[in-house]
Each structure stands twice: as structure tokens, then as C-alpha cells.
Write a protein of this length. Structure first.
Length: 492
């Protein structure tokens, strides 16, 4: 609806629309005989900007009878201003922390940037902790998050596309990418997916992640969330797209593959030998965390002859007085560790770590002494839980926790056949996934598309000098990211 030229009509409409909102401030004043009307939301604006940049300039320093356009260009000293002509634009701006100024006999309103949202300072990363490397993390302020990324990418090719998502929340979304590196179809696909959403609100990047995933029924994440600005900047350099969501300390990175969820930011800040060893440990830990409980059930119940005799006797003696079958033992311990993990998340930080350690020890030893479970099952459940903590991405760990129970139940019903079948089904499901045109199992399948160069940053991480090409995400003409001058003859 368009603004009226009559100031009283505009005031009446705005006050009726915002009736009952006691945090909205209405200020009426005059400029050399011309009536003006100021609207802003209390506590989310910078008061000094309103007083010095708007009110003082217009009421004290204004000498002429200006209209809205002249006030914008001659009196208001705030850098970011614009003229709008609809009530919707005025109300949206006020609710986002800007200030609207209306003038008598003018159907234009001046929107002045006065945002002053309360926010915490730049914190340290909590879920992606590193020993060596930057310690800063994203905050809930979207504009601050874009600054943290731009600070690391001082390139004119870095583009930021801003728009809003959510009919009622009108959440600010910023899509960041390198114009000459990221594929145009990827960028347009991401933006069109977000703009096509017709939802009431987007309260966090987790909302948006679930809504723009292609296979939302899969437990495996097809997009990557990160709270580290250096990780987001690195992804943009590779040709990926970063989606910054206001009110969320996590940024979405598109696309994502299975291999990416095993990578940590620290992998590139330390020497390649130890980081390659850690990568191997992570892949091994992921396999153990998923398969170990199911394999134990399949072997002890259906094929104990495949277990070494001495170990089989130990397991049998430990289970001699246990009244439950093997699957019940495993489920009891797995459930106990899941409850401990969930309770540790809800407790205050100083208490949670001690609670998890002490709780695991007490419950495990008490369950063995009471004859509810065997000691081997406690070791299996504990080792499975420890292996899951070795992985750097919480969303991927959650997927593995779900898959683990599938393997447990199929192993309990069909033994080794069920175990092998469940593992095959998981691999088949992973091979069917893709993330915005990139196969989920890349580079383990389809690596030849990029001349197998992406294997240099997969299970092993080769020296940085050998990682001269960008991954598959980048444009064909932007594959080279590192060049070295060849040594001249004679050793010079």
C-alpha cells in the first residue's frame, strides 16, 4: 500500500498497525514549520545516531523548508539512507532496527540505518575446537559474520547477495561466493532454492539447511554447517557457496560431500604427516563406531566359531550369569551411554565433562557387578562412543548414531548376513545421495572427473605444495590455485 501525502493519514495507519507494541517509539517534531514524524523500535537502534544524525541536524541546523528528498541529501548525516513509498517497506525497516522519517505533503519516507542490535562479542569456537589456528567464531549477528568472512577474503570477486526469507520473520540471508571461481549454476540454484521457500519464519540456519536439502529423509547431512570463519573462507576459495543466516552462529556451506565431514580446520595448519595419520584414525573411528556393536552381536550369537578360542571363552565366562540375550545387553549399554551424552549436553559446562566420565564408569562397573551386562559389552559400547567423539562434525556423528542401530537390529535377526546386508544398504544409500550436483561419495566415486586430484585431500592429506588445484566445486578455468617458479638451471 502506497504512502499518502497527508502526514496525518500516514500517522494514523502506522499507529493502528503497530497498536499494542509498546516498544515502538513515535516522535513528532517540526523543521522550519514543516511537520515531521519519526518511527523506530526501542532498544534495537543506536540512540546517538538518531539524536545526532537525524533530530539535531533537522531541528537545530535545518534552515530551509525541505521535502524528504532534500532532507535525505542535505540534513541527515547518516551514511546509509534510502527513499521508499510503501507502508510495508516502512514497517519492515522499523522492525529490523532502522528509523523511518515521514514529512508533511510528501509520499516518500526516508529509511535511515540505525541498527543497534544487542549482541555478544566474537566468541571462541565450541564445536570445532582446534589447538593451532584462529580461535574466533561466528556470532548471532549476520552482518558481523559477513565481516569475519570478508576479513579473510580481500578480493573484489567476493560477492554478497542479500535478501529476506520468511513471511513473518523476514530473516536476513546473505549468499557469499567468489564470482570468478564458483560455478554460476550452483550460485543461482542455491539462491532460487532459498527464494522459493514459502514459510513463516527462519529462526536459525538449521531451519534453512533442512528446507533446502535435496534428500531431507536421509539421516546424513548433505550441507555443511560451520561456526568457524576460516573454514567458511576456505570453502569459498574452493568454489563453494556460503549462506549466512541472521540470528544464527552457524554458516551453511554448499555443496558438501562425505569426505568433507572428516576434515578439520586444523588439518591445514599443522604438518601433513600427523594430519594424514589423524585422517586415517577418523575414518577408522567412523567404521568402528557404526559396525562394532552389530559385529559383536553377529559373531557371539550366530558365529562364535569365528572368534579366537581364548577370547570366546572370556566372553562366555563374562556372560555366564547375564540373564539377557546379547542384543539386550548391547541396547542397555548403548541406551545408557546415549542418555549420558544427552544429559551432559544439558548440564553446565564445568559439570558436564565430569558427569560423563564418572557416570560412564559408575554405570558400567555397577551393571557388570549386578550381572545385567557382561564386561565385554561395556568395552564395546564405550569404544563405540569414544570413536564417535573422534569425528569433527556433530551432524555427521548424529547420522552414524542412527545407522548404528540399523546394523544392530539386522545383525541380531540375521547374523553375519544381516550385518553385511545392512552395511551394503548404508553404502548403497550413500552412493545415491548428491549435494547440488556433486556425488556424496566423491572423490571415492567419480574421482576421474577431476583427474583424481581430489584424492590428495581425502583419507590422506598431502603436503600443501602438492595441493595446487582446487576441488571439483570450482569452475573449469579456475582449477589452479597455487603456482611455484621452476628452479633455474645450475641450481639458482
Amino acid at each position: 500500500m502506497e504512502l499518502y501525502k497527508e502526514l496525518n493519514k500516514n500517522k494514523e495507519y502506522i499507529k493502528n498497525t503497530l497498536y499494542g507494541s509498546d516498544d515502538i517509539v513515535f516522535k513528532e517534531f517540526e523543521n522550519n514549520g514543516t511537520k515531521c514524524f519519526l518511527i523506530y523500535a526501542d532498544n534495537i537502534v543506536r540512540g546517538t545516531t538518531i539524536e545526532d544524525g537525524i533530530l539535531t541536524n533537522i531541528m537545530v541546523r535545518g534552515e530551509k523548508n525541505f521535502d524528504a528528498f532534500q532532507m535525505q541529501n542535505n540534513l541527515i548525516s547518516v551514511g546509509e539512507t534510502k527513499l521508499v513509498q510503501s507502508f510495508e517497506e516502512v514497517l519492515d525497516a522499523v522492525l529490523l532496527g532502522d528509523t523511518a522519517l515521514l514529512v508533511e505533503n510528501d509520499n516518500n519516507a526516508i529509511i535511515i540505518s540505525t541498527k543497534g542490535w544487542p549482541s555478544r562479542g566474537i566468541p571462541e569456537a565450541k564445536t570445532e575446537i582446534v589447538v593451532q589456528g584462529p580461535k574466533d567464531a561466528f556470532t548471532e549477528l549476520g552482518s558481523m559474520n559477513t565481516v569475519l568472512i570478508r576479513r579473510r577474503i580481500r578480493d573484489t570477486a567476493l560477492k554478497v547477495r542479500r535478501f529476506k526469507c520468511g513471511r513473518r520473520s523476514k530473516t536476513d540471508i546473505a549468499v557469499m561466493y567468489l564470482k570468478d571461481v564458483a560455478k554460476d549454476e550452483l550460485v543461482e540454484n542455491v539462491i532460487s532454492q532459498i527464494k522459493s521457500l514459502n514459510v513463516d519464519c527462519i529462526l536459525d540456519s538449521g531451519y534453512l539447511e533442512q528446507l533446502i536439502e535435496k534428500r531431507y529423509s536421509s539421516p546424513f547431512p548433505q550441507l555443511q554447517l560451520t561456526e568457524r570463519p576460516d573454514k567458511a573462507a576456505s570453502a569459498i576459495y574452493e568454489g563453494r557457496v556460503a549462506v549466512v543466516v541472521d540470528n544464527s552462529p552457524f554458516v551453511i556451506l554448499v555443496p558438501a560431500t562425505l569426505n568433507i565431514f572428516f576434515q578439520s580446520a586444523e588439518d591445514y595448519y599443522e604438518r601433513w604427516e600427523i594430519m594424514s595419520f589423524m585422517r586415517i584414525l577418523r575414518f577408522f573411528a567412523a567404521v568402528l563406531s557404526v559396525t562394532l556393536p552389530g559385529l559383536y552381536i553377529a559373531l557371539t550369537v550366530y558365529r562364535p566359531d569365528l572368534i579366537p578360542t581364548s577370547l570366546a571363552l572370556k566372553i562366555a565366562s563374562g556372560r555366564a550369569y547375564v540373564p539377557f540375550p546379547a542384543i539386550a545387553e548391547v541396547l542397555i549399554m548403548e541406551t545408557a551411554f546415549e542418555l549420558l551424552r544427552e544429559a551432559g549436553v544439558r548440564l553446565p559446562s564445568p559439570v558436564s565433562s565430569a558427569f560423563g566420565i564418572v557416570g560412564g564408569i559408575v554405570i558400567g562397573s555397577a551393571a557388570v557387578e549386578a550381572g545385567i551386562v557382561g564386561p565385554v559389552v561395556v568395552i564395546i559400547a564405550a569404544l563405540s562412543g569414544i570413536c564417535s567423539f573422534a569425528l569433527p562434525n556433530p551432524a555427521f556423528v548424529s547420522a552414524l548414531r542412527i545407522v548404528k542401530y540399523l546394523i544392530i537390529f539386522m545383525s541380531a535377526f540375521w547374523g553375519l548376513f544381516g550385518f553385511y546386508t545392512s552395511v551394503f544398504l548404508v553404502l548403497a544409500h550413500l552412493s545415491s545421495l548428491e549435494s547440488y550436483g556433486v556425488p556424496y561419495l566423491y572423490p571415492f566415486c567419480g574421482g576421474s572427473v577431476n583427474n583424481y586430484t581430489d584424492f590428495k585431500d581425502s583419507i590422506l592429506r598431502v603436503p600443501l605444495r602438492k595441493m595446487r588445484k582446487r576441488p571439483i566445486f570450482a569452475k573449469a578455468g579456475q582449477k589452479i590455485r597455487m603456482l611455484f617458479k621452476k628452479k633455474e638451471e645450475g641450481g639458482k
